[in-house]
Design a protein around this ligand. Structure first.
Ligand SMILES: *Cc1c(COP(=O)(O)O)cnc(C)c1O
Length: 352
């Protein structure tokens, strides 16, 4: 089989999903499955729907379109904030979007009227992570304007933490979101279907509380695919962390000095690397590089050491692994590495 290839174990993903639905379901929290790390891969998304998911969420309209064109029928949610210039496409391909800018919501409203559709929105509220979100004190004012727009239905509020700032979801910020939803509902006499409290980083918080307040939804990607929470990247008990495996091939294997020789300048990636002299030793080249995956996000299944890489090559110390030219070398991936491998057209995807 060709390399580099990403082997995708659909059974392990299905198991992770089932376990998470049970854990969160027991707390009255539904899961919207986030497909961006798998680029809206249709066979994976199909599996998520078969596992009981009713809302698929992605940050790219292209991925939502890919899943719809692949024959999948469900509620499609666009993670936001959407681009002003894309309003027409947002309304066409997303049933729901996450929003924080009134000018964009006005444009969505006009597009929805033109397309004779009702576009649902969730307003995102800032609770300290400093990516998207309306400042809590400004929310009432925005809600008042949104409720006057035709073609737009406000179905909830939400927040997103642990993305830019690394701020943890806790009883404090989740409690504030919860209370805010009640205040807004009362004041405007509306009923929120979604109070969407966050992402895979909400695992610890939710595991430790008996009552999650009004929070009734999370948007989950990484936990489903890599089996971990995302504050410390610890495995969630009972989940698989190795549903994805990247396989590459040895293209050169030789005994060489460990110190480069000649006059030194920058390497392929613009860095001046440092080396330590460990004498002459075995080293191998693998036929994949930064164009496929960042080598910093890989952990090998064999006992070998990654020395570095360039655009299409990775250099390893094969140690006592017994590799030969043509041998396959298998790696587990971090979220960043999985994102990159899924996105690279040079990495073949194989369902196992
Ligand atoms: C990516 C994303 C998620 C999912 O995050 P995971 O860490 O993969 O669970 C949830 N919400 C928003 C707004 C996102 O952009």
């Amino acid at each position: 089989m060709s390399t580099p290839r990403l082997e995708i174990d659909l059974k392990k993903i299905a198991h992770n999903l089932k376990t998470l639905i049970a854990i969160y379901g027991a707390k009255g929290v539904s899961i919207s499955a986030v497909t961006k790390v798998v680029c809206g891969n249709v066979s994976i998304a199909k599996l998520l729907l078969e596992g009981g998911i009713t809302t698929l969420a992605d940050s790219k309209i292209d991925n939502l379109k890919k899943m719809a064109d692949g024959g999948l029928r469900c509620q499609f949610l666009l993670l936001g904030p959407p681009m002003l210039s894309e309003a027409e496409m947002v309304v066409k391909y997303a049933d729901i979007s996450l929003n924080s800018e009134i000018s964009v919501i006005r444009e969505l409203s006009e597009s929805a009227i033109r397309q004779r559709l009702i576009h649902k929105i969730i307003l995102m509220v800032e609770y300290g992570d400093l990516r998207e979100g309306i400042m809590p004190d400004d929310l009432e004012n925005i809600v008042e304007q949104v409720l006057q727009l035709k073609g737009i239905k406000l179905i909830g509020i939400g927040t997103n933490l642990a993305c830019f700032g690394g701020v943890q979801p806790d009883q404090e910020n989740m409690g504030l979101l919860s209370n805010l939803s009640t205040v807004i509902e009362k004041k405007f006499n509306v009923n929120f279907q979604f109070v969407s409290g966050g992402n895979s980083a909400n695992y610890q918080w939710l595991s430790n509380v008996n009552d999650s307040g009004r929070i009734n939804n999370l948007r989950i990607g990484e936990s489903i695919f890599l089996g971990c929470e995302t504050l410390k990247r610890e495995q969630i008990p009972g989940l698989f962390t190795d549903a994805f495996t990247l396989v590459s091939e040895v293209t050169e294997l030789k005994s060489k000095p460990s110190m480069p020789y000649g006059i030194m300048g920058q390497n392929a990636l613009g860095k001046i690397p440092e080396f330590y002299d460990n004498g002459i030793g075995s080293r191998a080249i693998l036929g994949m590089g930064h164009q496929d995956v960042p080598c910093s996000g890989l952990s090998p299944e064999l006992k070998i050491t990654i020395l570095g890489g360039s655009s299409d090559h990775m250099i390893i110390n094969p140690q006592e692994s017994g590799l030969k030219v043509g041998s396959e070398v298998r790696f587990n991936l971090t979220y960043a590495a999985l994102l990159s491998a899924m996105t690279s057209p040079y990495v073949t995807k194989v369902n196992t």
